[in-house]
Design a protein around this ligand. Structure first.
Ligand code: SAM
Ligand code: DTB
Ligand code: SF4
Length: 322
């Protein structure tokens, strides 16, 4: 038996080697997708996709220099910045998302880390959105242990904090915070008993080995992130990555399939970049084990497919949104 098929026999592992993950990436496409879909069916209903809506609660002027991000103050992306939103505006947006069918509401802030004086305001947002009967997710940058505990106390369900890329490629993309800073935040979130949402971005000019190493970091956490967003870079004008080379579409599908195989209990989220994907490409991602998406016409600051086209796609594919 090859090492790849042995690993399929005991799927939930935390000791994936780079070679094993690279071997999955290198499988014939049909074999890879078949393995991913087979495993997917052991853990999930293959026709259900979880949907979350996003809201940017504080936009732009971020002190970090993430090369992909239109919200960084280091780049000139012509984005209008906005200070922290009022509670009633957040509640209105969450109600709207709920009416359109979203089960989880994810609030994002362009912060390096929340200041303690901002924390009470975001805690109030978590409480108010939970009162609507929705699951809550936040992505606010780095968190201290105490901040993670405070968010848990008000009932935050998920915290999103991405590793973004491999440890080796990371320095090409971000200089203002380290990979270890990100791992520390993930530990604070995990220790506070908040569900972890952590993934990365592909299509930033990284190599396949970088994609392997990103997925290896995620899969070898003591506990797999409950949610793993795989973002395809949105090339925003004015950011250093505006001219990044296109990622071969089937390489994106392979990345989804490998994430599914090595983190079989996690929701793999087909995240940013769907606007530039055909229906067929998205269908291939679902076939490869993606089982959640961001739903609603805007991600944080960039466009996402219209809800009506997502509804039509789900109907064509016989997918139920949950
Ligand atoms: N400031 C917080 C942070 O960095 O953790 C939260 C918001 S930040 C915008 C959330 C994530 O969005 C980033 O970690 C990155 O993975 C993703 N993202 C940002 N810009 C993107 C782009 N142009 N294309 C794809 N993903 C992007
Ligand atoms: C994630 O991994 N992707 C979402 C969410 N987590 C917060 C954000 C994507 C942002 C895309 C660029 C923008 O709209 O600003
Ligand atoms: Fe700031 Fe987050 Fe954008 Fe980085 S990804 S510049 S931390 S908003």
């Amino acid at each position: 038996m090859s090492s790849v098929s042995q690993s399929i026999a005991s799927p939930v592992r935390h000791d994936w080697t780079e070679d094993e993950i690279a071997a999955l990436f290198a499988l014939p496409f049909n074999d890879l997708v078949f393995q991913a879909q087979t495993l997917h069916r052991q853990y999930f209903d293959p026709n259900e996709v979880q949907i979350s809506s996003l809201l940017s609660i504080k936009t732009g002027r971020c002190s970090e220099d993430c090369g992909y991000c239109p919200q960084s103050a280091h780049h000139d992306s012509e984005l209008e910045s906005e200070s922290l939103m009022a509670l009633d505006e957040v509640v209105t947006a969450a109600k709207e998302a709920k009416e359109k069918g979203a089960s989880r509401f994810c609030m994002g802030a362009a912060w390096r880390q929340p200041k303690d004086r901002d924390l009470q305001a975001v805690m109030d947002m978590v409480k108010a959105v939970k009162d609507l009967g929705m699951e809550t997710c936040m992505t606010l940058g780095m968190l201290t242990k105490d901040q993670a505990n405070s968010l848990k106390e008000v009932g935050l369900d998920y915290y999103n904090h991405n590793l973004d890329t491999s440890p080796e490629f990371y320095g090409e993309i971000i200089s203002t915070r380290t990979y270890q800073d990100r791992l520390d935040t993930l530990k604070h979130v995990r220790d506070a008993n908040i569900n972890v949402c952590s993934g990365g971005i592909v299509g930033m000019g990284e190599s396949r080995t970088d994609r392997v190493r990103l997925l290896q970091q995620l899969a070898n956490q003591t506990k797999h992130p409950e949610s793993v967003p795989i973002n395809l870079l949105i090339k925003v004008k004015g950011t250093p990555l505006e001219d990044a080379p296109d990622l071969e579409p089937l390489e994106f599908v392979r990345s989804i399939a490998v994430a599914r195989i090595i983190m079989p209990e996690s929701h793999v989220r087909l995240s940013a970049g769907r606007e530039s994907m055909s229906e067929e490409m998205q269908a291939l991602c679902f076939l490869s084990g993606a089982n959640s998406i961001f739903y609603g016409e805007k991600l944080l600051t960039t466009a996402n497919p219209a809800t009506s086209s997502d509804q039509q796609l789900f109907e064509k594919l016989g997918i139920r949104a949950v």
